[in-house]
Design a protein around this ligand. Sequence first.
Ligand SMILES: C[S@@+](CC[C@H](N)C(=O)[O-])C[C@H]1O[C@@H](n2cnc3c(N)ncnc32)[C@H](O)[C@@H]1O
Length: 208
Amino acid sequence: MLSPKFLALLEPEDLKDKVVLDVGCGAGRLAFRLAPRCRRVIGIDRDTTAIAQAQQRAAAERLANAEFSVADAEAVEYDPFAPQLIAAHLCMSDAIIARCARALAPGEYLVFVAFHVDQWQETGRPSRFAYDEARLASVLRENGFIPEHLEVEREVTRFGTVQEGLAAAAGLEDRWKADSRWQRYVEFLERGGRTLTRSHLIVKARRR
Ligand SMILES: C[S@@+](CC[C@H](N)C(=O)[O-])C[C@H]1O[C@@H](n2cnc3c(N)ncnc32)[C@H](O)[C@@H]1O
C-alpha cells in the first residue's frame, strides 16, 4: 500500500503543468496514481518485468502521459527527463539523492518514502538503502535540499506464537532466505521474540 502520509505530501502540489519522475517505480502504482494530475509522468526501474507490466497497463488504459523505462537509478542522470518534481516510494539511496539534486531546479520538490534502519530489525540486518533520521537529513542538506517534512512511520505487529510470527513474514520468506535474514528471524522467534517492525521515513525536501 502507498503510505497515505506520503500521498498527503504530494496532494497540495499543483502538478498539472509538471513532469514528474517516479524513481524505482516498480509496476507503476504511484505513477498511475499521479498521471491524471500531471502533464507527464515518467517511471524508471531496473526491473524489466515490472517496467513491461507498467507499459502494458499504460497501453491498456490508453494513458498518453505515462512513460516507463528500464534504467539503473543509481547510474543514469535524471536531467534528460527534465523533471519538476521527483517522487520515490521505497527506492532511495545517497546516489539517488545526488542525482535528484542535479536534476531539480531551486524550489522544486523531492518527495519520497525510504526504509528506516528499524525496518525488519528482527532480522538483524538493515537494508543498505535504510536511513536513520539524522543521516537522511544530513545527506539531504549536503546535496542542497531543505527537508521540510521528515517523519518516521512505524508499525509493530505483535503475535503470540512462533507460528504466527512465521505467518506474519510469509511473503518475505524467499527474499529473506536468499540472504540469511530468514534464519536470523527464526532464531529471534525461538528466543521468544514476538514482533515484526515496519518502519519508513516519509520525506518532502525542497531544492535550495
Ligand atoms: C520496494 S520496491 C517499490 C516499487 C514501487 N515504488 C512501489 O512502491 O510499488 C523497490 C523498487 O526499486 C527498484 N530499484 C531498486 N534499486 C534500483 C536501482 N538502482 N535502479 C532502478 N530501480 C531500482 C526495484 O526494482 C523495485 O521495483
